[in-house]
Design a protein around this ligand. Structure first.
Ligand code: HEM
Length: 483
């Protein structure tokens, strides 16, 4: 009997002990999830000023790499634009955000950007229509659709060289590259070619561009206020063009040969019997203008800069492009097959984008809680992927500061490390358009000139695209046997 009592007593003691241990564990269990390591910075502004300072000082990677070594090489927290942020890093962080987490995130942009782009509309009111139009973009920007753009881009590049480059011995590359890419956008996106209107659009978009990543303060002297006003005028002009296009294609139905994205968008909307408002169409076209606004001109400018510094790469590009030029008859324009032969030139442009990426990354909104590398990112937080964590990381690109286009030969860089256009379903829809525009420019430039930098130590700032502070002044030496 005694043995039985003692046995029961032991079981009771054991149960009570287990209960106490369980309660202790339960009491100590953190009630909040394990957030990514890092700091939020100052109240309200968070770390936005430090982030901005790093960009203006010409070293946007520093903000990221400092925190990667201090907190985590995978994901760290910050506070930017008044929001809680998880910054995903490295090839795995990029892959996670581009693909695995795609179901749990939405695109997100700072308020300043949305307001200047869409003013006077609240984008929330027509988000579904915008998503529908976004899904249509590959139809207009896929390689098959872009083939017909190549000769148009080439003839515009030739005209641009004739008018803006050839008459001068010295030029500023950045403003001229902007002029070239903007004229092409006006022609191919909305079929506007008259110079006065193109210039008006350029001035308005320059103001919108300057206010995109600014503090959203609407006072008369702020960049944001000027951007919002310019965005409104830009939209008014776009509405007038949309209505004019509608009238035009109602009069001449079945325009198989239309080139511009706007008209083709309107035709597809009508063919599918969709009801999509003019403001959604205008916002979508504005998105294309902004997407192409500074990115391609910045890449062209960086490519010219690196070619001026690298005689070997210049000679290889010249050899490749001269072979194509020699295969053409008098006055014959470039075509799609010619572009496919420009492999080395594209490697050069890619290496320029690795070292001087036109965009620093993109933002997402977390729509359901994410778990990554042992950290939890709560719903409602914003996420950021950035080129800065991989493009100059010696783990992925040995001797990262060296300009070396051969990195892109063969299989090229490790997946998810070279990401100027992003990746996964949200990858930039304008990648192929940009490739054609950049290569067409290089062809026309390199077969006409050799060039040298007039200011060898010109500073580059990031606003947000890399911008040489003096616009990259160049001395042009026309080639003797130019095309
Ligand atoms: C060198 C040139 C370019 C670069 C480096 C570039 C880069 C990017 C990046 C990084 C994104 C964000 C992707 C993400 O959310 O993860 C993006 C989005 C976008 N880009 Fe580009 N881009 C370039 C040219 C263009 C051009 C020429 C167009 C239009 C013709 C364009 C249209 C867009 C649009 C509309 C979006 C937003 C897509 C969305 O809402 O999901 N881009 N681009």
């Amino acid at each position: 009997m005694d043995i039985l009592v003692s046995y029961l007593l032991q079981i009771v003691v054991l149960c009570i002990s287990l209960l106490l241990i369980f309660m202790r564990i339960y009491r100590n269990k953190p009630t909040s999830p394990r957030l990514p390591p890092g700091r939020k910075g100052w109240p309200f502004v968070g770390e936005t000023l430090e982030f901005g300072r790093a960009c203006v000082s010409g070293d946007p990677e520093k903000f990221i790499t400092d925190r990667m070594s201090k907190y985590s090489p995978d994901v760290f927290q910050s506070s930017l634009f008044g929001e809680n942020f998880a910054v995903f890093c490295g090839a795995s962080g990029n892959k996670f955000l581009f693909s695995t987490a795609n179901e749990s995130v939405n695109t997100w942009w700072p308020r300043s950007l949305l307001e200047s782009l869409n003013f006077p509309f609240d984008v929330e009111g027509f988000k579904d229509e915008l998503d529908e139009l976004r899904a249509m973009l590959p139809e207009f920007l896929k390689p098959a659709a872009l083939q017909r753009y190549v000769p148009v881009m080439d003839s515009m590049a030739k005209e641009h060289m004739e008018i803006d480059w050839s008459p001068s011995k010295e030029v500023k590359a950045l403003p001229l590259a902007r002029k070239y890419t903007f004229a092409i956008a006006c022609r191919l996106l909305i079929n506007v070619t008259d110079t006065e209107r193109v210039n008006r659009f350029t001035n308005l978009l320059n103001l919108v561009g300057a206010g995109l990543i600014s503090a959203p303060i609407k006072l008369p002297f702020t960049a944001f206020n000027r951007a919002v006003k310019a965005g409104k005028l830009f939209h008014e002009e776009l509405f007038a063009i949309i209505r004019q296009r509608k009238v035009e294609f109602l009069e001449k139905k079945g325009q198989e040969n239309v080139l511009d994205v706007l008209t083709r968008m309107l035709l597809i909307i009508e063919e599918n019997g969709r009801e999509i408002s003019e403001k959604a169409v205008a916002a979508s076209i504005t998105g294309l203008f902004i997407g192409s606004y500074d990115t391609t001109s910045s890449t062209i400018t960086s490519t010219l800069r690196y070619l001026a510094e690298s005689p070997h790469a210049y000679n290889e590009v010249l050899k490749e492009q001269m072979e194509i030029a020699k295969s053409k008859g008098p006055g014959e324009l470039l075509n799609w097959d010619d572009i496919q032969k420009m492999r080395y030139s594209w490697n050069v442009a890619c290496e320029a984008m690795r070292l001087a990426p036109p965009g620093q990354g993109a933002f997402r909104e977390v729509t359901s809680e994410l778990t990554y590398a042992g950290s939890t990112v709560p719903k409602g937080w914003k996420a950021y992927w950035t080129v800065a964590s991989t493009h100059k990381n010696p783990k992925y690109f040995p001797d990262p500061e060296k300009f070396d286009p051969s990195r892109f030969e063969g299989h090229g860089p490790t997946p998810y490390t070279f990401v100027p256009f992003g990746g996964g379903p949200r990858m930039c829809p304008g990648k192929e358009y940009a490739r054609l525009e950049i290569l067409t420019f290089i062809y026309n430039m390199v077969t006409k000139f050799k060039w040298e930098k007039l200011n060898p130590n010109e500073k580059i700032i990031f606003s947000p695209a890399p911008t040489p502070v003096n616009g990259l002044p160049l001395r042009l030496n026309p080639l003797k046997n130019s095309t």
